[in-house]
Design a protein around this ligand. Structure first.
Ligand code: FAD
Ligand code: NAD
Length: 474
């Protein structure tokens, strides 16, 4: 008889959601996680709650409010001078949010009767996990099924070790105690743009060095171009086609050497953030020879159902590759729990949304035009600008546009791409439509409340049918 039906290793959004769903389905479940906060207290919630989605959004919100008051409130007849930012207080707010939410996970474990074990989990063989920690003697636990949900870690660049004094990874960059005068960022990906926005809004001079010749390679090209235009206008200095070659200590901070097609160049910055991607985290996760295999870039190899090659062992979230997103990890967790309990479980990978929480926000789901072109699929496009929306005008958020792409033959929605206010919320309408296999005509015929920003998505759907209402034809 096993100690548990299911043991989950990792309590990030993949692992803790999998554990809750297992418990809901009547399975005796344990979840093991080794994350502790700076006081040594267990802190379930993984990257997402501790050093990812949540703290970054807390800082994005604080910095956006600061910029709003400083630059845009006058248009509303509001004056508040002088405006200042107390970084220490902003950080206390962020930490309180993190601590409230990680405590919330502990409460959820308790209410679902999940055994939470603070410690390091290592799969020894099918159904057997060793748990070690400083506080308790080592123990071997058994379970019919084991779910590996160990997440990911920031990638480092050779010769540029993160010391969190001058060279920072994303975790360190979320905890700055003061605004640096100058900030370099290597990588204009999601983290570079979000954290670059935070510290620029608070007063840093930010230079982002990106190796590729274009921004956001997986986004729609029109959206990426608009994003570059907007961010540059706000003062983010984004330099494309820059290969960073070395980082050397300087009197205050460091000198970053980089190469473009034209020449070798360098910049001096007080602080540098390395944001060049993340890698699956598998250190000490399983005994070598237990049958778990690692694939390209170190991901745990799984089949289409998240099953590893070892009987009763599954893997989900950032550690298995695909989009490194919290909601993708959670959906895989739910699907695996359901497969364990009943044999069924499904994730619709074609409708996983992406959101970048800059201002304006960027969001997309499904195919881009380039992808459809390369697959030879006929499509039609409807585009509608925020500037033509009454609500966007009223709230002073007229930058950007929404774009709906529908199949040229069947009219089924194949993709939605937007840059603009509240795109993070608006995208969910397109995700729902795509999950229901709706046509652009279905979306166009859906009544939308007025005045709302969602009308921009509605009008983009109408535009794909050649009949947007509030669009001036040129
Ligand atoms: P993780 O969240 O990394 O959790 C893995 C957990 O497993 C950790 O708690 C770790 O301590 C534990 N663990 C690992 N190995 C062991 C072991 N052997 N024993 C015990 N415990 C172990 N995604 C979004 O969708 N939206 C966002 O806005 C967003 N913002 C982000 C911002 C930043 C700055 C970063 C860095 C990431 C962001 N992400 C965002 C990505 C998101 O955080 C990850 O995709 C998500 O956390 C992955 O979930 P996971 O459960 O697979 O892994
Ligand atoms: P990323 O993959 O989004 O971007 C990395 C960027 O660095 C790319 O543009 C790449 O071309 C560039 N790059 C790589 N090597 C380089 C080099 N040597 N010199 C210059 N540029 C280089 O990675 P990230 O920003 O580190 O984020 C990691 C992951 O975390 C994301 O892919 C995403 O899955 C997740 N995340 C999501 C959100 C969100 O959903 N809002 C926010 C933050 C992070």
């Amino acid at each position: 008889m096993s100690d548990f039906d299911v043991i989950v290793i990792g309590a990030g959004p993949g692992g803790y959601v999998a554990a809750i769903r297992c418990a809901q389905l009547g399975l005796q479940t344990a979840c093991i996680d080794h994350w502790v906060d700076d006081k040594g207290k267990p802190s379930p919630g993984g990257t997402c709650l501790n050093v990812g989605c949540i703290p970054s959004k807390a800082l994005l919100d604080s910095s956006e409010r600061y910029e709003e008051v400083r630059l845009y409130s006058r248009d509303h007849g509001i004056s508040a001078a002088p405006v200042s930012i107390d970084v220490a207080k902003m950080q206390v707010r962020k930490e309180q949010i993190v601590s409230d939410l990680t405590s919330g996970i502990s409460a959820l474990f308790k209410s679902n009767q999940i055994t939470f074990i603070s410690g390091h989990g290592c799969l020894i063989e099918s159904g057997k996990v060793r748990v070690s920690s400083d506080a308790e003697p080592e123990q071997i636990l058994s379970a019919t099924d084991v779910i590996l949900a160990s997440g990911s870690q920031p990638l480092q660049l050779p010769g540029m070790p993160v010391d969190n004094k001058v060279i920072f990874d994303s975790s360190g960059a979320l905890a700055f105690s003061a605004v640096p005068k100058t900030l370099g960022i290597i990588g204009a990906g999601v983290i570079g743009l979000e954290l670059g926005s935070v510290w620029r809004r608070l007063g840093a001079e930010v230079v982002i060095l990106e190796a590729m010749d274009s921004l956001l390679s997986s986004a729609d090209r029109m959206i990426a171009r608009e994003a570059k235009k907007q961010f540059t206008r706000q003062g983010l200095d984004i330099r494309l086609g820059c290969q960073v070659t070395a980082v050397a200590p300087a009197k205050e901070g460091c000198t970053v050497h980089y190469r473009t097609t034209e020449q070798d160049q360098s910049i001096d910055v007080e602080r540098l953030i390395v944001a060049v991607g993340r890698r699956p985290y598998t250190e000490g996760l399983f005994e070598p020879g237990c049958g778990i295999e690692l694939g390209e870039r170190g991901v745990v190899s799984v089949d289409a159902n998240c099953a590893t090659g070892v009987r009763g062992v599954w893997a989900i979230g950032d550690v298995v590759g695909g989009a490194m997103l919290a909601h993708k990890a959670s959906e895989e967790g739910v699907a695996v729990a359901e497969r364990i309990a009943s044999g069924g479980g499904h994730v619709d990978y074609s409708a996983v949304p992406w959101v970048i929480y800059t201002h304006p926000e960027i969001a997309w789901v499904g195919a881009t035009e380039d992808e459809l072109k390369s697959e030879g699929i006929e499509y039609k496009v409807g585009i509608f600008p925020f500037a033509a929306s009454g609500r966007a005008k009223a709230v002073g958020a007229t930058d950007g546009f929404a774009k709906i792409i529908a199949c040229g033959e069947t009219d089924q929605i194949l993709g939605a791409h937007m840059i603009g206010a509240q795109a993070s919320e608006l995208i969910n309408e397109a995700v729902l439509a795509m999950s229901m296999e709706a046509s652009a005509e279905d979306l166009a015929r859906t009544v939308h409340a007025h005045p709302t920003l969602a009308e921009v998505v509605h009008e983009a759907a109408l535009a794909s049918q050649g009949r947007a209402i509030h669009k001036v034809n040129r």
